[in-house]
Every structure is written in structure tokens, then in C-alpha cells.
Design a protein around this ligand. Structure first.
Ligand SMILES: Nc1nc2c(ncn2[C@@H]2O[C@H](COP(=O)(O)OP(=O)(O)OP(=O)(O)O)[C@@H](O)[C@H]2O)c(=O)[nH]1
Ligand SMILES: [Zn+2]
Length: 311
């Protein structure tokens, strides 16, 4: 029987079949589906699994996971169990929503760009949802327009909403309908408020509880998937502050800055890092105003964090 993983707690997984039946499932033995990653968790939220119900106790609804389907994509974070080990946060995503704010707290462009690069490297489209519209005055609205133009021109969807008043939540709903979406954002941006707005009745985590669980307890926080009442699924990742950028060589980073892509081929050197090389088409585009300086600064900043010795 096929099922989808909704939650994982230790060695138990909450799974749901296509018919809507929930089981608590465990892994049967050890198997690995992706030779390219060494992960600390063999099964992740969003995985499609094959299960064999355990009929010995009709009330318990237990099952064995006997196989894991190939993943369309996945997103990881570094595991607390070692530098080279990864923890798969979620698999089989259609898209990701990054909740941001211009004010209280301000989401930095650097943070947004790191998220966008990570998602692009995993082939996951991103929607930027700016929240707390109700407290923005002229200055903040101007800032938002600037940011919306910056990312809109690159091709990203950008929304402005107020989760607290419900303003614009229906626009988010429209984009999430019938898709599997990962939702992420800095603490305090209103991610829980938005989730509650999308799923009235769920009454997700009070602020006090989420504030507590996010504090120094990263290892125990885990992703959880919810069925959206209007169709589609939402994967919340409480406590996950940031995802790890996939292990990519320095020369590949510019591929994930989508607006740099048309210029990369025109650089004089095919291994150009777009820093100080002669004949660099990316730098020329920055100087000509075709690529935003802020994005180039993010590029150079992220580039520095990549350890070239690995390649
Ligand atoms: N003015 C205003 N405040 C909001 C809005 N959305 C959320 N808030 C407030 O912002 C604070 C943080 O909201 P949460 O929904 O708990 O934020 P979160 O992103 O889930 O934060 P963590 O739980 O720390 O991860 C709360 O005090 C909310 O009431 C909004 O649209 N407008
Ligand atoms: Zn170049």
C-alpha cells in the first residue's frame, strides 16, 4: 500500500494513504534510496513510501515501511551529528514560500538570497510573501516596492499581505492550491499566523510554545505536513532557521542567481568566478545596471562561504 510521510518522530513515522487512512509506521531494516547523500534520517516528511499494515492489533494502526520511492527533490540542513552528515528536512516539494517582513523584524536581502540560491539549487520555485502590511507606512511601503521590483524582475512571485487581518491571505491560498509547499521564514515574521489563516481550526502552536521550542532545541524540531482545506499540502519546519546550501563548486554558484544565467556563457573564461577576471560579462552587466548591485554583493558573500578544497 502506498502512503505519504506527514511527520517523523524518532524512529516512528506518521503516514497517510491515498484513502486518507493514517498509520504509525517503522522502517523494516536499513535501506538507502539515494547514493549521493549521507543523511541521518532515511525517511523524510513528503516521502512516498510503501507500507505493510501490521494487522496483529486492529486498533493500533501500525505498519512497516518496506520501500521508499525515488525523490523528485529534497531540502537538507546540516545534521548536528557531524559536519558531513545531512538531515533531510523534506522531500518532493512543488514550491517554497519564504515569509519575510520589511519591519519588525526586517528580513535582510542576504537572508532572502541565501534561501533563493538554496531553493534554486534544489530546483524548488520560491514565492516571497511579505507580511505585516498593516504596519508599513510610506517608508516601508516604498522599501517593499523596491524589493518587489528587484525580485519580480528576476522572475520571482512577490506578495504583500497582513496575516493578522487576513488581507491578501486568499492570494497566498490561490498559489498553494493543489501543490506541496514548504513554508519558512525568520522567527517573528508571522509564519504561524499565516498558517493559521490558511487553516482555520488548526490553531497551530501558540507563540509561547513555538518560542520555547525554537530555543536551543534544534535537534528535536522536525518538519510536519498538513493537508490544506482548499487542496494541497503545507510543510512547516519549526525551528529550522536556515537550510544548508547544497555542496556546489564555486563555479556553479552563479547558475543559481537566475538573472546571471544569460551572461555566464559570455565570460571570457569558462571557469570565471565573476570577481576580478578580465572579460567578465556578469560584472559588465552589474556595471551596466542590468544586474542589481545588492544581488551581486550577495553572490560574492555566499561565494566566500564555499570551501573550494572540497573539489
Ligand atoms: N501587525 C502585524 N503583526 C503580525 C502579523 N502577522 C503576525 N503578526 C505578529 O507578529 C508576531 C509573530 O507572529 P508569529 O505568527 O508567532 O510568527 P512566527 O514567524 O511563527 O514566529 P516563530 O513562532 O517565532 O517562528 C506575533 O506577535 C503576531 O501577532 C501581521 O500581519 N501584522
Ligand atoms: Zn564572469
Amino acid at each position: 500500500m502506498q502512503a505519504t510521510v506527514y511527520k517523523s518522530t524518532g524512529s516512528w513515522y506518521t503516514v497517510k494513504t491515498a484513502a486518507g487512512e493514517m498509520f504509525q509506521a517503522r522502517m523494516k531494516g536499513v535501506f538507502k534510496i539515494d547514493e549521493n547523500i549521507t543523511s541521518t534520517n532515511p525517511v523524510a516528511v513528503g516521502d512516498l513510501v510503501e507500507i505493510a499494515p501490521d494487522d496483529s492489533d486492529a486498533n493500533a494502526k501500525n505498519a512497516m515501511i518496506t520501500d521508499i520511492g525515488a525523490r523528485k527533490n529534497y531540502i537538507v540542513r546540516s545534521s548536528p551529528h557531524g559536519r558531513n552528515k545531512k538531515h533531510i528536512v523534506a522531500a518532493n516539494l512543488d514550491q517554497a514560500v519564504l515569509v519575510c517582513t520589511v519591519k519588525d523584524p526586517r528580513t535582510s536581502l542576504g537572508f532572502i538570497d541565501r534561501f533563493l540560491v538554496t531553493a534554486a539549487a534544489y530546483h524548488i520555485p520560491v514565492i516571497l510573501v511579505f507580511n505585516k502590511k498593516d504596519i508599513y507606512r510610506d517608508k516601508e511601503l516604498e522599501k517593499f516596492e523596491e524589493i518587489a521590483a528587484l525580485y519580480g524582475n528576476i522572475g520571482y512571485e512577490v506578495l504583500l499581505i497582513a496575516a493578522a487581518t487576513g488581507d491578501g491571505v486568499d492570494d497566498v491560498q490561490e498559489l498553494l492550491k493543489d501543490k506541496t509547499t514548504l513554508i519558512s521564514g525568520h522567527s517573528g515574521v508571522g509564519k504561524s499566523s499565516l498558517i493559521n489563516g490558511l487553516m482555520p481550526g488548526l490553531a497551530l502552536r501558540t507563540k509561547a510554545v513555538s518560542g520555547w521550542s525554537g530555543k536551543g532545541l534544534h535537534t528535536t524540531t522536525s518538519a510536519e505536513m498538513y493537508d490544506l482545506p482548499f487542496g494541497g499540502r503545507l510543510i512547516d519546519t519549526p525551528g529550522v532557521r536556515e537550510f544548508g546550501i547544497v555542496d556546489i563548486p564555486k563555479t556553479e554558484l552563479s547558475h543559481y542567481f537566475l538573472e546571471m544565467q544569460p551572461y555566464i556563457q559570455q565570460c571570457q573564461f569558462n571557469n570565471c568566478l565573476h570577481l576580478n577576471e578580465p572579460g567578465c560579462a556578469v560584472k559588465a552587466a552589474v556595471e551596466a545596471g542590468e544586474i542589481e548591485v545588492d544581488r551581486y554583493v550577495s553572490y560574492a558573500t555566499i561565494l566566500e562561504t564555499i570551501q573550494e578544497e572540497l573539489y
